[in-house]
Design a protein around this ligand. Structure first.
Ligand SMILES: [Fe+2]
Ligand SMILES: [Fe+2]
Length: 302
């Protein structure tokens, strides 16, 4: 069994310090085998923002892997944006832009999708070299190894926002992910937590690829959702996504989605809000549970 903590969009420079402390405390308590960080470490790519991000990383009690996000590239310093877009990222976070972890149970590959483009700095994409890297790493790996690819930009839109811009060249990348048996895609950028199957949207793909999107873990740039991260438990043929959310004083367990693999298909087995009523009134408890379940489903769709 392996446990991954998937955190994203920290946005140092615009964070709530209580949430940062709470995140460190919860990660320590959950004790994941590996922490995957899918970009947007900082708000404005300034050195002082990156210094805060590095101080956070130095406190992480478990190994971590990371890729940059669009906010990790300078926006206003146009000269730096094009001459050395990842200078601070390289200096303060890592110089490895395609990190890889492989053991007997899981393989995790990160790909940098952030680009210093002119018109829309939030835009991201994969290139042919990166797609070749995905093939090189995952193709030929046995099915017993759970294969995870993480990027900053998403491959699957939120169910209620199907026109959301996805990572560029995803139509080129998805057949490679499909043929190489990638099991799970992790990303952030949208500051929304949801999970699903790539097949539900990309109908040209005939093999299940699970997706887990993370909300922003620590930023005050919230989009109708609380700060949250994903705790992922891989125990083939089952994988469980737990959305752990900031509830004002601590991160607590929220919606849990359990998928099971049968052949090449991942099927949703169960969803549980993790809520356990403590009142003695069974009717009130039932209503509370129903209300929380419906809100949990809303969050999973958002
Ligand atoms: Fe972000
Ligand atoms: Fe982003």
């Amino acid at each position: 069994m392996k446990r991954l903590a998937h955190i994203s969009d920290l946005h140092f420079g615009r964070i709530d310090p209580r949430v940062v402390d709470g995140l460190l405390a919860d990660l320590t308590a959950q004790a994941p085998d590996l922490i995957v960080i899918s970009g947007d470490f900082v708000q404005r790519a300034k050195a002082r923002h990156f210094e805060e991000a590095r101080a956070f990383l130095q406190k992480l009690p478990f190994p971590y892997m990371a890729v940059p996000g669009n906010h990790d590239i300078p926006v206003y310093n146009v000269f730096k944006r094009f001459t050395d877009p990842f200078g601070h990222y390289r200096r303060y976070i890592t110089s490895d832009f395609s990190p890889l972890h492989i053991d007997n149970e899981i393989a995790v590959l990160g790909i940098n999708t952030a680009r210093p483009v002119i018109m829309d700095f939030s835009e991201g994409r994969m290139n042919r070299h990166q797609i070749a890297r995905v093939r090189e790493v995952f193709c030929g790996m046995p099915d017993t190894v759970f294969k995870v690819l993480f990027t900053h930009h998403p491959f699957l839109p939120p169910p209620d926002l199907p026109k959301t811009q996805l990572v560029g060249r995803h139509k080129l990348a998805l057949p490679a992910l499909e043929s190489c048996g990638v099991d799970l895609l992790l990303a952030g950028h949208l500051h929304k937590a949801y999970s699903g199957d790539i097949m539900s949207f990309h109908t040209q793909i005939a093999r299940s690829i699970l997706v887990a999107q993370a909300s922003t873990a620590t930023s005050t740039r919230l989009r109708n959702e609380t700060n949250a991260y994903n705790l992922i438990t891989v125990e083939q043929p089952t994988v469980t996504f737990e959305v752990r959310s900031w509830e004002g004083a601590a991160f607590t367990g929220g919606l849990v989605s359990t998928y099971r693999k049968q052949g090449h298909r991942w099927t949703l087995q169960a969803q549980d809000t993790g809520f356990r009523p403590v009142t003695g009134d069974p009717v009130a408890a039932a209503w509370e549970t129903a209300d929380r379940l419906s809100r949990g489903h809303e969050r999973d769709r958002a």
